[in-house]
Design a protein around this ligand. Structure first.
Ligand code: ZN
Ligand code: ZN
Length: 187
């Protein structure tokens, strides 16, 4: 039998919730408002929350018969790179979380897998896995600086947004140019 009570969570870690103040009586509720530094690698290859940036947690913990239901929102800044023009992006991400954490040795604990339903570890809840999943899901796999970003000029590799409107690499042969002029006059 796995020993769930062996906890390795640090109750003072900002992404760990301590339920000791929450009575184990269905309906009891506590709110948690805090700012936590973002853990490393919170995001995708091109975009994510910078490590140590402020994550604003507005959560509530609610006692239910088999455990604690955690719900609420987490918001934080994101930085990244536009997938088309490679220029830096700064934005923000807001996710909502709703997750049940079962008490150790509750019926839910005994009858479900840990990847189906979260677990309390003693009185503590590790928020990081759920937070990580929610943030990663909310981020675009192909981030853009704006929806209609025109990307890069394929000839010189400069972002179109930083080039003049008449930017062109077309080598106009002067003889053709003269002919064009002539035909225009004839019209
Ligand atoms: Zn762009
Ligand atoms: Zn160019």
């Amino acid at each position: 039998m796995p020993n769930h009570s062996q906890t390795h969570l640090n109750p003072r870690s900002p992404l760990v919730l301590d339920t000791r103040e929450l009575p184990r009586r269905p309906g009891a509720m506590r709110t948690v408002s805090r700012v936590a530094p973002a853990p490393a690698d919170l995001g995708l290859e091109l975009i994510g929350v910078p490590e140590g940036a402020d994550l604003v947690l507005e959560l509530r913990m609610e006692s239910v018969s088999e455990g604690v239901l955690v719900s609420g929102s987490v918001t934080g800044p994101v930085t990244g790179e536009c997938g088309r023009c490679l220029r830096p992006i700064s934005d923000s991400v807001a996710v909502t979380i709703q997750e049940l954490y079962a008490y150790e040795h509750s019926a839910t604990d005994e009858t479900t897998d840990e990847d189906e339903v979260g677990r309390l570890q003693g009185d503590l809840i590790d928020l990081e896995p759920v937070l990580r999943d929610a943030v990663v899901l909310a981020l675009p796999t192909n981030p853009l600086c704006r929806d209609d970003c025109p990307g890069l000029c394929t000839e010189c590799g400069m972002p179109w947004d930083e080039l003049p409107a008449d930017h062109s690499h077309q080598q106009v042969d002067p003889r053709w140019a003269a002919l064009t002029q002539l035909s225009r006059k004839e019209e």
